[in-house]
Design a protein around this ligand. Structure first.
Ligand code: ZN
Ligand code: ZN
Length: 300
């Protein structure tokens, strides 16, 4: 990941028209994922200079071949105002997160980036974040880009542990919540467009006193067993296109407040009768009692 600064030297002094045109280009780069996170437009060292600052996954992010139609148009609009071509400065993050450049990933996981608001897509093979412009066209992931911001909003609401903590947790972690339903529909649409499986990252992390957290073996989406990768602690349900990690077991301090566990879905049998939930399933769907449990920050 890089901090990138674009410097535009104008033929005339900076005015509102020039600022607007730079913003249009920055917004287009943001829409295509060429710039991620927050962006700023500032006045440079002289009154003829405008700078745009943002974050990018890789040094090749601003290449013309990754530009959307919108970015091409915005760049063409700005060009007549410039004395010369923009200069670009790159500063690499001290703690760099991996960027996926795999030729063709076996799968992608929709898992928004709460720290730098980088690409919300992680590669199943290399575990790096795959920039959107390496996935498809911007219209393919347009809604997921917006949902990623909302995911991050819910995440901090949950982590802030205020009165709306449980509401936010439910929206992110309950497979049938309004938010997860919307996101899973968009994930499915993206998969259809790009022909690569795309999964929704379902939060299942708990500090728990239950010896065997049911979420570690049973997919809360369909009640069937997760496909588990023991080496990486990763859980996948191909049927629901859900992805998760083995929940964390630990010893919660007395002040941890309880949050609802996942509802364990009853799986229908071929005879049409429902399978009775096991003892561990029943304890999972019951409200937490005794020592409370609550989710913990994600492990990556
Ligand atoms: Zn990769
Ligand atoms: Zn499932």
């Amino acid at each position: 990941m890089y901090k990138v600064t674009l410097t535009y030297v104008l033929k005339k002094r900076v005015d509102d028209n020039a600022i607007q045109k730079v913003w249009s280009l920055v917004a287009a780069y943001s829409q295509s994922g060429q710039l991620v996170g927050m962006q700023w437009v500032t006045i440079g060292d002289s009154p003829f200079e405008i700078r745009a600052t943002g974050l990018a996954h890789e040094r090749s992010a601003l290449l013309r071949r990754f530009e959307s139609k919108l970015a091409k148009g915005a760049r063409a609009d700005l060009a007549p105002l410039l004395r010369r071509r923009a200069t670009v400065e790159w500063e690499r993050f001290a703690e760099d997160s991996k960027t996926c450049t795999c030729r063709r990933p076996r799968g992608l996981v929709f898992t928004p980036d709460v720290l730098s608001e980088g690409s919300p897509f992680r590669c199943l093979d290399c575990r790096g974040r795959r920039p959107p412009y390496r996935i498809g066209k911007s219209r393919d992931y347009f809604h997921l880009r917006n949902l990623s911001r909302q995911w991050i909003g819910f995440y901090w609401t949950w982590m802030d542990s205020g009165a709306t903590e449980e509401l936010a947790w439910g929206q992110l972690a309950e497979p049938k919540s309004d938010f997860v339903r919307m996101a899973r529909k968009e994930v499915k649409d993206l998969e259809r467009q790009i022909g690569v499986p795309v999964y929704y990252d379902l939060l299942t992390h708990y500090l728990s006193r239950l010896e065997e957290a049911p979420e570690s073996t049973i997919c809360p989406g369909c009640g069937r067993r997760w496909n588990q990768d023991l080496i990486t602690d990763r859980l996948i349900c191909e049927r629901c296109r859900l992805f998760s990690y083995v929940p964390v077991d630990g010893q919660p301090p007395s002040w941890w407040r309880p949050l609802p566990r996942h509802r364990i879905v009853r799986r229908p049998t071929t005879s049409g009768r429902e399978i009775r939930p096991s003892a561990s399933d029943r304890s999972a769907s019951a409200p937490c009692s005794g020592r409370p449990s609550r989710p913990e920050g994600r492990r990556r």
